[in-house]
Design a binder for this molecule. Structure first.
Ligand code: NVA
Length: 305
């Protein structure tokens, strides 16, 4: 992965994915400060709000001996104050790596095209690869394996679902998704996922009915119905997603030892019934913690000695 961009999970081979998971687990155990990125600087560009991603990247750089600079959209004006290409070429003269959270996936691609340093996608409307890597690390920690497990995703076929599907496919985990009409995964992602899942002996199943999706599943995953940038559609989406809430009844249909996952922020009482996040089955804060360890591994793989 040395020097590579990470825009999509499909940029990674299964070996890269396993390399990140294993390194993240080692880093988490060791918990020590390191100097592997001494003298290196990360630029963090955010067009959208962030809690986990911003803090975990900043702390990751610090713990690896490097440094980070945070840039909000108000300061940078990606594509408005200044062309994306010029931002990319300027930052490349100062920093060793760029992380960007953007609306259009094309923006993060364009940054990568013009930057001479690696670019990491910290969430775009298309994908959230850093989340998916922390997610499968979490599943591996909890279940002791990935191959042959079934991950059931309930809700919007969005950026989080896209990356999770690709990550599951790459490690041989089955992926089932139940979405209402009009909110399904794109055909392009399904095609991409199936190409890799078939090689790795896993299945991708597209469903309408949440009950069917979670039946005997090892993992039940959901995300918000209204993603950042879609706020104007919130009311319409609330109606479309009625019946797609993960609640105690739905969790009972999954395997006895199933875990509940959510990338957060969650809208308690909307996509997830209140109480589920606090239940014994929920691993959402381990997931959140693992963002740090997984991103340390990603940064070290891309930039490290
Ligand atoms: N799908 C959500 C994920 C937030 C981390 C969004 O894009 O807003």
């Amino acid at each position: 992965m040395k020097g590579k961009d990470l825009l999509s999970i499909s940029d990674l081979t299964p070996e890269d994915v396993w390399g990140i998971i294993n390194r993240a687990i080692r880093l988490k155990k060791r918990r020590a400060m390191s100097t592997v990125l001494a003298g290196k600087t990360l630029a963090l560009i955010f067009e959208k709000p962030s809690l986990r991603t911003k803090v975990s990247f900043d702390v990751a750089m610090y713990q690896l001996g490097g440094h980070s600079v945070y840039l909000s959209q108000a300061e940078v004006g990606l594509g408005s104050r200044e062309p994306i290409a010029d931002v990319a070429r300027t930052l490349s003269r100062y920093v060793d790596i760029i992380t960007a959270r953007t609306f259009a996936h094309a923006t993060v691609k364009s940054l990568a095209k013009y930057a001479s340093v690696p670019v990491i996608n910290a969430l775009s409307d298309g994908e959230h690869p850093c989340q998916a890597l922390a997610d499968i690390m979490t599943i591996y920690e909890k279940k002791g394996k990935l191959e042959g497990l079934t991950v059931a995703y309930i809700g919007d076929g969005n950026n989080v679902a896209n990356s999770l599907l690709l990550a599951c496919a790459s490690v041989g985990a089955n992926f089932r998704i139940a979405s209402p009409r009009g909110y399904e995964l794109s055909e392009k992602i399904v095609r991409l996922g199936r190409r890799s899942s078939q090689k790795n002996g896993a299945e991708i199943v597209l469903l309408r009915n949440p009950n069917e999706a979670v039946e005997d599943a090892d993992v039940v995953y959901t995300d918000v119905w209204t993603s950042m940038g879609q706020e104007a559609e919130a009311e319409k989406r609330r109606k479309s997603f009625a019946g797609y809430q993960v609640d105690a009844r739905l969790m009972k249909l999954a395997a006895k030892d199933a875990i509940f996952m959510h990338d957060l922020p969650a809208h308690h009482g909307e996509e997830v019934a209140s109480g589920i996040i606090d239940s014994k089955q929920s691993v959402v804060f381990d997931q959140a913690e693992n963002r740090l360890h997984a991103q340390k591994a990603i940064l070290a793989e891309i930039l490290g000695r």
